[in-house]
Design a protein around this ligand. Structure first.
Ligand code: ACO
Length: 330
């Protein structure tokens, strides 16, 4: 049986107004603009207002994606939100987004796959459309990392930002859309990258709060080692599954975690910098929103046109990794 071609038909992204520059962090921890720029590539990131949450960013991005697709929320039959920072622990962000978008009854669920979440979500959405279960799916990646960041830890606080990206996934013209997807995980429980307290293993207590275990903890060098091998491996695998070569890629959109990880992947993949989209300097690491924001910005900048081979590759907590190859459909 011939499977439907499934792809993105609309995209939108949203970042909150407040900007935190490297100079702002110089006043908070023992760091410097030069260290942050050289070691990570980040110059600024966006922070959400106190009274807002992940669902607010996701809702704004979703409205833009629907507009870009020329559709209304009533045309959508499933909402998937990828996030590691939902508004609440026991209620999915996607259900809150459903309510905020003013639609009832359609199913909504979250995916937790760290920064690879958007790549995972696109893979799930494609399968659900190809099976005929759903027709049009809103896939959103949204994060409020600023509220789970330990502002006393210079090794992590300078890295993260807030934002959301949304896309409408649907059947597209034959031969276009998601050509292949490759996702994987290397599960670990050593807290290489996690928020140690606040879950079922270690609910928050006065002690966990005093130890700041309710914030992100990361072994930076370990994540770095994982990322520099997982990134090129996942990209090569997905490109191979699509029956293409690295040279066929028109635009590689990497997870924006660290410029040095991106540069290392570029070298290993032998892909020139003009084919790689980088916006880490403006947003920092926005986890599962990262590749979506970058894709939305690349499209708005005119860097993607119909028929282009666009590859999204991400890695993140879990540890997870994944890559999606698209032949751009509009
Ligand atoms: N300013 C100044 N110095 C700093 C800072 C800072 N903000 N942060 C760390 N340092 C210091 C450390 O204290 C250490 O000092 P010491 O040698 O005196 O002990 C020194 O810099 C080196 O520290 P390392 O952690 O070994 O530095 P590294 O070269 O690994 O760079 C970094 C740190 C940038 C965090 C890097 O490890 C990294 O980017 N790792 C990957 C992180 C990542 O991608 N995470 C996200 C992926 S998953 C997701 O997106 C959720």
């Amino acid at each position: 049986m011939k499977l439907k071609s499934v792809g993105i038909i609309g995209i939108g992204y949203y970042v909150p107004e407040k900007i935190m520059t490297n100079a702002d962090f110089e006043k908070i921890v023992d760091t410097s603009d030069e260290w942050i720029k050289t070691m990570t590539g980040i110059e600024e990131r966006h922070y959400i207002a106190e009274d807002k949450a992940t669902s607010d960013l996701c809702t704004e991005a979703a409205k833009k994606a629907l507009e870009n697709a020329n559709l209304k929320i009533d045309d959508i039959n499933l909402i998937i939100v990828s996030t590691v920072t939902p508004d609440y622990l026991a209620q999915s962000a996607s259900c809150i987004v459903q309510k905020k978008l003013g639609v009832k009854e359609i199913p909504a669920f979250d995916i937790s796959a760290g920064c690879s979440g958007l790549v995972y979500s696109l893979t799930v959405a494609k399968g659900l459309i190809q099976s005929g279960t759903y027709d049009k799916i809103l896939v959103i990646g949204g994060e409020v990392l600023s509220k789970v960041t330990n502002m006393q830890d210079r090794g992590t606080c300078v890295l993260f930002g807030d934002g959301a990206a949304a896309m409408v996934v649907s059947e597209v013209e034959e031969g276009y859309g998601i050509l292949s997807s490759y996702i994987g995980a290397e599960g670990e429980d050593d807290h290489i990258l996690s928020i140690p307290a606040g879950g079922s293993k270690k609910p928050n207590t006065v002690e966990t709060i005093n130890n700041r275990e309710n914030f992100v903890q990361m072994n930076g060098p370990e994540v770095f080692k994982f990322a520099v091998q997982a990134f090129p491996r996942a990209t090569k695998k997905a490109v191979e599954l699509a029956g293409l070569k690295i040279a066929d890629i028109n635009l590689l959109i990497p997870h924006q975690a660290n410029i040095r990880i991106i540069e290392s992947a570029m070298k290993r993949l032998r892909i020139p910098s003009e084919k790689v989209f980088i916006n880490i300097q403006k947003y920092g690491n926005t986890s599962s929103a990262s590749t979506g924001i970058a894709m939305g910005e690349a499209l708005a900048d005119g860097k993607i046109k119909k028929g282009d081979v666009v590859v999204l590759t991400a890695f993140g907590s879990g540890l997870t990794y994944g890559s999606v190859v698209l032949k751009w459909a509009y």
